[in-house]
Structures are given as structure tokens and as C-alpha cells.
Design a protein around this ligand. Structure first.
Ligand code: GTP
Ligand code: MG
Ligand code: ZN
Length: 353
């Protein structure tokens, strides 16, 4: 059975991708979209059909963050090898667990990020804020999806709470196990658009993916009902086609989401707090009790929730720390680069003699 062939439009190609490409690029290579990332290479789809391509080391070395599902690559005509990455329109990334703080790509060229939480103990406004900052940082529209509405008698209360932190982003409550009830997601699933699901383990990301995709391989496993804690079931990074022609990326549940140096992301996710801070009498107000502090006033009057304020400060500290580490790493790399270059120069001079 031959694999289906999709047009560039169906694969999600936009005119803006071509902006960073030259005519030469198309002479000996063609654009292809990354459907899955394997250790041995990439599964890609292009207007020529499906292929498995390898990524040469020099391409890997040129990347700041590794190739992700959803990326566009240029594939050499002559052999099934990636010539280079096409500049991304968006990249969902996070900071890996552990102390080295390296960036991990989750999904690329995503139009909508579905931030999934369930209407039970998993629901946590401060965690939602992290995911929203992640979406804002990537410049991707976030949509909050609250699952397991069928298991909860006050889904409306969760929706209201989510609206409180979502800052104008859409909030949708669903029963992920009933595909026919997922019409509320349809407006983000037009042909050629790309969406990704993120959220804790067991909230229903794979259930939603399965429901939208239809007869795909089963991706879910049962959750333990007693503590509503999910098992980590999804491991692969792969993109699937929905019945409406959208691409959907399921991701494994994250135990901990660190936002890294997401300065703009945190600012956008907390634009209400930002504008309060700008209204303080003193420009360098520490919001610790100075006269004319608009943040304190809002907290006292209940216009700003104490929890949200604490959550904001915590994220700010993380962002500042991550930016500092990134700067230091950059500086170390630069110094190492200088050292290596002068050592090479010295070697060449010695050999020249
Ligand atoms: N009743 C009900 N059950 C749901 C709903 N969403 C998910 N479930 C169940 O919750 C369990 C876990 O769902 P998954 O889709 O595997 O969760 P996940 O987010 O993909 O989890 P990870 O892959 O571990 O990150 C499954 O047994 C689903 O059937 C829902 O809206 N209603
Ligand atoms: Mg899953
Ligand atoms: Zn202040």
C-alpha cells in the first residue's frame, strides 16, 4: 500500500517560510515536514510523499535547539539527507529536568497550543500559568482544555477559574472520551493547521488526540482512579492527521515544567500584573510596602489574587536565573571558542615554519 501524498498547503506550508529561502535552495532540495523524530533520522512528508531522511552532523551542530516534530527541513534531491532546517515560525520548548538547564524542543511550527488540565485534583492555576507563559513565549495561541468534565459536578467552576488566569485565551470544557462532543475544538483544526497538546500525565492528551485522529493506534492507558495520578504513557514524538486535515502533536506528560528564560512569555501571561507594576508611583518600586504601590493596592482591594502575585514572582525569579545561566554559558562558549581558535592559529604558524 502506498502512503498518501499531501500538498504543501495540506502539510501546513505558509508563504512566510519561503522568506528565509533562496531560489538556489529549491534547485537541489525540496521542503519536507517532520512527522516523527527517530534516533536514526526523521520521518518526513513532502509533496513527493513520505521518506526517511538522515540528519548530517554538520546540520545538528548548526542548531541551537534540536529538530522537532512539526519542523520543516530542506531535503537534498540527490540523496535522502537534510540540507538544513527551514526557519521556524514557532517552537514550543522547555528546560530539561536536571541541573544543566538545556533546552528541549517539544513541537515546532504550531499554530495553537492546547493546554490540557482535568476537572479534578490536577487542576492548578499556577501550573496553568506556566503553560500559558510557554505558549506566549513561542508566540502561539493558547487554548485551555479542561477534560473529564463528565466526571465533575462543577465543571463551570473550573472554567471560571481558568478564565481568571487565561487572560483572554479561550477555555473549553470537554469529555475527551466522547469524540462527538469535541466540536468546541473545531475552530482550531482547519486543514493545514497544526496543534499540540501539553499538560500533566493522565489528563487526557492522548485520548483527545485519538478522538481527533480516528482510527489510529491506541495511545492511551488506564489511569488509577483512586489518586487521579496518571502513568507516563506517551513517549514518542509524532504528528498525526485529524479527520479535518489538521496536524496534531501529542506530547508526554510533564512532571515539572520549567519556563527557562521566557522573559516575554511571562510578561504576556501576566500582562495585568505588568500594567499594575507600571502604575506604581516609583519606577523602581519593590512592591514591598512603598507609598503609591499599585500592586499592593490591587492586592488589598482583591483586584489581584495573592496566589497569582506569588506565582508571578516565582516565575520572574526563574526567568532571571535562567537568563543569567544562559548568558554565562554563552560567555564560556565564546571564551572557549577564542581559545580554540588561537590554539589552531598557533599550530598553523608552527607548521608553517
Ligand atoms: N471520563 C473521562 N475520562 C477521561 C477523559 N480524558 C481522559 N480520560 C481517561 O484518562 C486516562 C488517561 O488519559 P490519557 O489520554 O492517556 O492521558 P495523557 O494526558 O495522554 O497521559 P500521558 O501520556 O501519561 O501524559 C484514560 O483512561 C482516559 O480514558 C475525560 O474527559 N473523561
Ligand atoms: Mg499520552
Ligand atoms: Zn509597587
Amino acid at each position: 500500500m502506498s502512503s498518501p501524498v499531501y500538498s504543501l498547503h495540506q502539510l501546513g506550508w505558509r508563504a512566510s517560510y519561503a522568506q528565509h529561502l533562496a531560489l538556489d535552495d529549491f534547485e537541489s532540495a525540496y521542503p519536507a515536514r517532520v512527522m516523527a523524530v527517530h534516533r536514526s533520522g526523521l520521518a518526513v512528508h513532502s509533496s513527493r510523499g513520505q521518506a526517511h531522511v538522515v540528519v548530517p552532523q554538520r546540520v545538528v551542530d548548526a542548531l541551537e535547539v534540536s529538530i522537532a516534530v512539526g519542523d520543516w527541513v530542506l531535503v537534498e534531491d540527490a540523496n535522502e539527507r537534510v540540507a538544513r532546517l527551514v526557519e521556524r515560525q514557532s517552537l514550543i520548548e522547555r528546560i530539561g529536568a536536571g541541573t544543566d538547564g538545556h533546552r528541549q524542543s517539544i513541537a515546532a511550527n504550531v499554530d495553537t497550543l492546547f493546554v490540557v488540565s482535568s476537572c479534578n485534583e490536577d487542576f492548578n492555576p499556577s501550573r496553568l500559568e506556566r503553560y500559558l507563559a510557554l505558549a506566549h513565549q513561542a508566540g502561539v495561541e493558547p487554548v485551555v482544555v479542561l477534560t473529564k468534565a463528565d466526571l465533575c459536578s462543577q465543571a463551570g467552576a473550573y472554567v471560571a477559574q481558568a478564565h481568571g488566569v487565561a487572560r483572554g485565551a479561550a477555555v473549553v470544557a470537554v469529555d475527551a472520551t466522547r469524540p462527538e462532543g469535541l466540536g468546541a475544538l473545531a475552530r482550531w483544526l482547519a486543514e493545514g493547521s497544526t496543534v499540540a497538546f501539553v499538560g500533566s500525565s493522565g489528563v487526557g492528551k492522548s485520548t483527545l488526540t485519538n478522538a481527533l485522529v480516528g482510527n489510529q493506534a491506541r495511545l492511551t492507558s488506564a489511569i488509577r482512579d483512586d489518586d487521579a495520578r496518571g502513568r507516563h504513557t506517551t513517549t514518542g514524538r509524532e504528528m498525526f492527521l485529524t479527520c479535518t486535515g489538521a496536524w496534531v502533536i501529542d506530547t508526554p506528560g510533564m512532571r515539572e515544567l520549567r519556563v527557562g528564560a521566557a522573559v516575554e512569555g511571562v510578561q504576556s501571561a501576566f500582562d495585568d500584573v505588568q500594567s499594575l507594576a507600571l502604575a506604581c508611583r516609583f519606577r523602581d518600586c519593590s512592591h514591598g510596602g512603598e507609598a503609591g504601590c499599585a500592586v499592593r493596592a490591587a492586592l488589598d482591594e482583591g483586584r489581584l489574587e495573592q496566589r497569582r502575585w506569588v506565582s508571578y514572582q516565582k516565575l520572574q525569579r526563574e526567568v532571571t536565573e535562567a537568563s543569567r545561566t544562559a548568558r554565562e554559558r554563552h560567555e564560556n562558549n565564546r571564551q572557549f571558542g577564542c581559545m580554540a581558535r588561537s590554539a589552531m592559529r598557533a599550530k598553523r604558524e608552527r607548521q608553517g615554519r
